[in-house]
Design a protein around this ligand. Structure first.
Ligand code: SF4
Length: 273
Protein backbone atom coordinates (compact mmCIF):
# COMPACT_ATOMS: atom_id res chain seq x y z
CA UNK A 1 0.00 0.00 0.00
CA UNK A 2 1.43 3.37 -1.03
CA UNK A 3 0.71 6.90 0.12
CA UNK A 4 -1.80 8.65 -2.15
CA UNK A 5 0.16 11.88 -1.78
CA UNK A 6 3.76 10.83 -2.41
CA UNK A 7 3.86 7.05 -3.13
CA UNK A 8 6.03 6.30 -0.05
CA UNK A 9 4.90 3.22 1.94
CA UNK A 10 1.59 3.94 3.68
CA UNK A 11 1.20 3.52 7.44
CA UNK A 12 -2.58 3.86 7.40
CA UNK A 13 -5.60 3.45 5.17
CA UNK A 14 -8.41 5.79 6.22
CA UNK A 15 -11.63 4.05 5.26
CA UNK A 16 -13.67 7.21 5.89
CA UNK A 17 -11.60 9.30 3.45
CA UNK A 18 -10.44 6.55 1.04
CA UNK A 19 -6.84 7.79 1.50
CA UNK A 20 -3.66 5.85 2.20
CA UNK A 21 -1.02 7.97 3.92
CA UNK A 22 2.68 7.60 4.67
CA UNK A 23 4.06 8.57 8.07
CA UNK A 24 4.82 12.18 7.07
CA UNK A 25 1.46 12.82 5.39
CA UNK A 26 -0.39 11.05 8.18
CA UNK A 27 1.20 13.40 10.76
CA UNK A 28 0.37 16.37 8.54
CA UNK A 29 -3.22 15.17 8.36
CA UNK A 30 -3.45 14.90 12.17
CA UNK A 31 -1.96 18.40 12.54
CA UNK A 32 -4.39 19.82 9.99
CA UNK A 33 -7.36 18.44 11.92
CA UNK A 34 -5.98 19.80 15.20
CA UNK A 35 -5.24 23.23 13.68
CA UNK A 36 -8.80 23.50 12.34
CA UNK A 37 -10.20 22.80 15.80
CA UNK A 38 -7.80 25.22 17.50
CA UNK A 39 -8.69 27.95 15.03
CA UNK A 40 -12.39 27.51 15.82
CA UNK A 41 -11.67 27.87 19.55
CA UNK A 42 -10.58 31.48 18.97
CA UNK A 43 -8.17 31.26 21.92
CA UNK A 44 -4.80 31.45 20.22
CA UNK A 45 -5.04 34.80 18.43
CA UNK A 46 -2.86 36.24 21.18
CA UNK A 47 -0.76 34.71 23.95
CA UNK A 48 -2.34 31.99 26.06
CA UNK A 49 -1.60 29.75 29.01
CA UNK A 50 -3.01 26.29 28.38
CA UNK A 51 -3.58 23.61 31.02
CA UNK A 52 -3.11 20.34 29.17
CA UNK A 53 -5.10 17.55 30.82
CA UNK A 54 -2.93 14.44 30.76
CA UNK A 55 -3.60 10.94 32.06
CA UNK A 56 -0.82 8.75 30.69
CA UNK A 57 -2.89 7.54 27.70
CA UNK A 58 -2.00 7.65 24.00
CA UNK A 59 -4.60 10.41 23.57
CA UNK A 60 -3.02 12.69 26.11
CA UNK A 61 0.51 11.94 24.81
CA UNK A 62 -0.64 12.88 21.30
CA UNK A 63 -2.37 15.98 22.65
CA UNK A 64 0.65 17.26 24.58
CA UNK A 65 3.15 16.45 21.85
CA UNK A 66 1.11 17.91 18.99
CA UNK A 67 0.35 21.13 20.89
CA UNK A 68 4.01 21.49 21.79
CA UNK A 69 5.09 21.07 18.19
CA UNK A 70 2.31 23.21 16.68
CA UNK A 71 3.19 26.08 19.04
CA UNK A 72 6.95 25.60 18.95
CA UNK A 73 7.36 29.06 17.37
CA UNK A 74 4.94 30.79 19.70
CA UNK A 75 6.79 32.06 22.78
CA UNK A 76 3.50 33.59 23.96
CA UNK A 77 1.81 30.20 24.34
CA UNK A 78 2.60 28.35 27.56
CA UNK A 79 1.64 24.72 28.19
CA UNK A 80 1.32 23.16 31.64
CA UNK A 81 0.42 19.49 32.04
CA UNK A 82 -2.08 18.68 34.78
CA UNK A 83 -2.91 15.15 35.89
CA UNK A 84 -5.83 14.31 38.16
CA UNK A 85 -5.50 11.21 40.33
CA UNK A 86 -8.87 9.71 41.25
CA UNK A 87 -7.19 7.83 44.13
CA UNK A 88 -8.66 4.50 43.05
CA UNK A 89 -6.82 1.45 44.49
CA UNK A 90 -3.58 0.93 42.54
CA UNK A 91 -4.99 2.61 39.42
CA UNK A 92 -2.95 5.48 37.92
CA UNK A 93 0.46 4.26 39.09
CA UNK A 94 1.66 3.37 35.60
CA UNK A 95 -0.19 6.24 33.92
CA UNK A 96 1.15 8.79 36.42
CA UNK A 97 4.68 7.66 35.63
CA UNK A 98 4.01 7.82 31.87
CA UNK A 99 2.48 11.30 32.09
CA UNK A 100 5.38 12.58 34.19
CA UNK A 101 7.97 11.18 31.78
CA UNK A 102 6.09 12.60 28.80
CA UNK A 103 6.00 16.09 30.33
CA UNK A 104 9.69 15.90 31.20
CA UNK A 105 10.55 14.81 27.66
CA UNK A 106 8.56 17.71 26.22
CA UNK A 107 9.93 20.15 28.82
CA UNK A 108 6.44 21.05 29.98
CA UNK A 109 5.74 21.82 33.65
CA UNK A 110 3.82 18.99 35.32
CA UNK A 111 1.43 19.16 38.25
CA UNK A 112 -0.86 16.59 39.86
CA UNK A 113 -3.95 16.83 42.02
CA UNK A 114 -5.70 13.97 43.79
CA UNK A 115 -9.25 13.91 45.05
CA UNK A 116 -9.31 11.13 47.64
CA UNK A 117 -10.18 13.40 50.57
CA UNK A 118 -12.37 15.80 48.60
CA UNK A 119 -14.42 12.89 47.25
CA UNK A 120 -14.92 11.49 50.74
CA UNK A 121 -15.99 14.91 52.01
CA UNK A 122 -18.50 15.36 49.17
CA UNK A 123 -19.92 11.82 49.02
CA UNK A 124 -19.00 10.36 52.42
CA UNK A 125 -16.98 7.55 50.83
CA UNK A 126 -14.08 7.00 48.44
CA UNK A 127 -14.59 5.99 44.79
CA UNK A 128 -13.60 2.43 45.75
CA UNK A 129 -16.20 2.32 48.51
CA UNK A 130 -18.96 3.74 46.32
CA UNK A 131 -18.11 1.30 43.53
CA UNK A 132 -19.18 -1.64 45.73
CA UNK A 133 -22.75 -0.32 45.67
CA UNK A 134 -23.26 1.70 42.52
CA UNK A 135 -21.57 2.89 39.32
CA UNK A 136 -19.13 5.59 40.47
CA UNK A 137 -18.48 7.26 37.10
CA UNK A 138 -20.89 10.19 37.28
CA UNK A 139 -19.64 11.32 40.69
CA UNK A 140 -16.05 10.62 39.73
CA UNK A 141 -16.29 12.55 36.44
CA UNK A 142 -17.93 15.52 38.15
CA UNK A 143 -15.22 15.57 40.82
CA UNK A 144 -12.42 15.24 38.25
CA UNK A 145 -13.81 18.07 36.12
CA UNK A 146 -14.20 20.26 39.17
CA UNK A 147 -10.66 19.63 40.38
CA UNK A 148 -9.20 20.13 36.93
CA UNK A 149 -11.06 23.39 36.64
CA UNK A 150 -9.79 24.56 40.03
CA UNK A 151 -6.21 23.58 39.20
CA UNK A 152 -6.42 25.42 35.87
CA UNK A 153 -7.85 28.50 37.64
CA UNK A 154 -5.05 28.41 40.20
CA UNK A 155 -2.40 28.68 37.52
CA UNK A 156 -4.35 31.35 35.62
CA UNK A 157 -4.94 29.18 32.54
CA UNK A 158 -6.92 30.65 29.65
CA UNK A 159 -8.17 27.21 28.63
CA UNK A 160 -8.02 23.53 29.47
CA UNK A 161 -7.01 21.30 26.54
CA UNK A 162 -8.67 17.90 26.97
CA UNK A 163 -7.62 14.78 25.05
CA UNK A 164 -11.03 13.63 23.81
CA UNK A 165 -10.69 12.05 20.38
CA UNK A 166 -13.32 11.67 17.67
CA UNK A 167 -14.59 8.35 19.06
CA UNK A 168 -15.05 9.93 22.51
CA UNK A 169 -16.90 12.90 21.04
CA UNK A 170 -19.16 10.75 18.84
CA UNK A 171 -19.80 8.39 21.78
CA UNK A 172 -20.79 11.35 23.91
CA UNK A 173 -23.22 12.66 21.26
CA UNK A 174 -24.70 9.17 20.83
CA UNK A 175 -25.13 8.79 24.59
CA UNK A 176 -26.94 12.10 24.85
CA UNK A 177 -29.29 11.12 22.01
CA UNK A 178 -29.94 7.79 23.74
CA UNK A 179 -30.66 9.53 27.04
CA UNK A 180 -32.76 12.22 25.39
CA UNK A 181 -30.41 14.79 26.88
CA UNK A 182 -31.30 17.67 24.53
CA UNK A 183 -29.90 20.31 26.89
CA UNK A 184 -26.54 18.50 26.97
CA UNK A 185 -26.54 18.28 23.17
CA UNK A 186 -27.23 21.98 22.79
CA UNK A 187 -24.60 23.04 25.31
CA UNK A 188 -21.71 20.61 24.84
CA UNK A 189 -18.93 21.12 27.35
CA UNK A 190 -20.89 23.85 29.15
CA UNK A 191 -19.70 23.44 32.71
CA UNK A 192 -18.64 26.95 33.66
CA UNK A 193 -15.19 28.00 34.81
CA UNK A 194 -12.12 27.78 32.59
CA UNK A 195 -13.09 27.11 28.93
CA UNK A 196 -12.39 23.60 27.68
CA UNK A 197 -11.05 22.90 24.20
CA UNK A 198 -10.78 19.47 22.60
CA UNK A 199 -8.06 19.71 19.96
CA UNK A 200 -8.27 15.98 19.04
CA UNK A 201 -12.02 15.91 18.49
CA UNK A 202 -11.61 15.34 14.75
CA UNK A 203 -8.89 12.69 15.12
CA UNK A 204 -10.11 9.05 15.37
CA UNK A 205 -8.90 7.07 18.42
CA UNK A 206 -6.99 4.68 16.18
CA UNK A 207 -5.05 7.63 14.75
CA UNK A 208 -4.16 9.24 18.07
CA UNK A 209 -2.63 5.90 19.06
CA UNK A 210 -0.80 5.51 15.74
CA UNK A 211 0.53 9.06 16.02
CA UNK A 212 1.84 8.35 19.54
CA UNK A 213 3.43 5.10 18.38
CA UNK A 214 5.11 6.62 15.32
CA UNK A 215 6.59 9.39 17.44
CA UNK A 216 7.70 7.00 20.18
CA UNK A 217 5.73 8.84 22.85
CA UNK A 218 5.42 7.44 26.36
CA UNK A 219 1.95 6.13 27.15
CA UNK A 220 0.40 3.35 29.23
CA UNK A 221 -2.43 0.86 28.86
CA UNK A 222 -4.12 1.14 32.24
CA UNK A 223 -7.89 0.82 32.41
CA UNK A 224 -9.93 1.86 35.42
CA UNK A 225 -11.34 -1.24 37.17
CA UNK A 226 -14.76 0.45 37.29
CA UNK A 227 -14.99 1.37 33.61
CA UNK A 228 -18.46 0.17 32.60
CA UNK A 229 -21.95 1.46 31.95
CA UNK A 230 -23.89 3.08 29.15
CA UNK A 231 -21.08 5.34 27.96
CA UNK A 232 -18.82 2.38 27.26
CA UNK A 233 -21.67 0.48 25.60
CA UNK A 234 -22.44 3.43 23.33
CA UNK A 235 -18.77 3.66 22.29
CA UNK A 236 -18.53 -0.08 21.67
CA UNK A 237 -21.69 -0.04 19.51
CA UNK A 238 -20.38 2.92 17.58
CA UNK A 239 -17.07 1.17 16.92
CA UNK A 240 -18.92 -1.67 15.19
CA UNK A 241 -21.05 0.81 13.30
CA UNK A 242 -17.99 2.78 12.17
CA UNK A 243 -16.40 -0.45 10.90
CA UNK A 244 -19.47 -1.25 8.81
CA UNK A 245 -20.24 2.34 7.82
CA UNK A 246 -17.01 4.40 7.75
CA UNK A 247 -17.59 8.07 8.54
CA UNK A 248 -20.39 7.51 11.07
CA UNK A 249 -18.41 9.20 13.86
CA UNK A 250 -17.82 12.29 11.71
CA UNK A 251 -21.55 12.37 10.87
CA UNK A 252 -22.42 12.43 14.55
CA UNK A 253 -19.97 15.24 15.16
CA UNK A 254 -21.50 17.18 12.26
CA UNK A 255 -24.98 16.68 13.72
CA UNK A 256 -23.74 18.37 16.89
CA UNK A 257 -22.38 21.31 14.89
CA UNK A 258 -25.69 21.63 13.07
CA UNK A 259 -27.55 21.71 16.38
CA UNK A 260 -25.20 24.41 17.64
CA UNK A 261 -25.87 26.48 14.50
CA UNK A 262 -29.61 26.07 15.01
CA UNK A 263 -29.27 27.17 18.62
CA UNK A 264 -27.35 30.30 17.58
CA UNK A 265 -30.01 31.09 14.99
CA UNK A 266 -32.74 30.73 17.58
CA UNK A 267 -30.75 32.80 20.11
CA UNK A 268 -30.38 35.60 17.55
CA UNK A 269 -34.11 35.60 16.99
CA UNK A 270 -34.75 35.49 20.74
CA UNK A 271 -36.58 32.15 20.44
CA UNK A 272 -36.14 29.12 22.61
CA UNK A 273 -35.88 25.55 21.33
FE1 SF4 B 1 -13.73 7.41 37.40
FE2 SF4 B 1 -15.42 5.84 36.06
FE3 SF4 B 1 -13.28 6.89 34.84
FE4 SF4 B 1 -12.98 4.99 36.65
S1 SF4 B 1 -14.03 4.78 34.66
S2 SF4 B 1 -11.78 6.89 36.49
S3 SF4 B 1 -14.61 5.48 38.11
S4 SF4 B 1 -15.03 8.03 35.65
Amino acid sequence: MKCNKCSAPAVIYQRYSGMSLCSTHFQEDVHRKIRETLRESGIFGKGAKIAVAVNGSADSATLAYSLKSLFSNRMDVELIAIMIDECIGGYRRESMDCARRLAEGLEIAFMTKGFGQAFRQAFGRTVDEIAGEMEPCRACTAMRNDLLNRAASEIGADAIAAGHNLDDEAGDVMLKYLRGDVKGLLQPGARGGVPVIRPLRRVPAKETRLYAKILGLVFGQETCPYACGMRLDAKAELQGFEMRHPGTNYSLLRSLKRLEELRHLRDEKGQSL
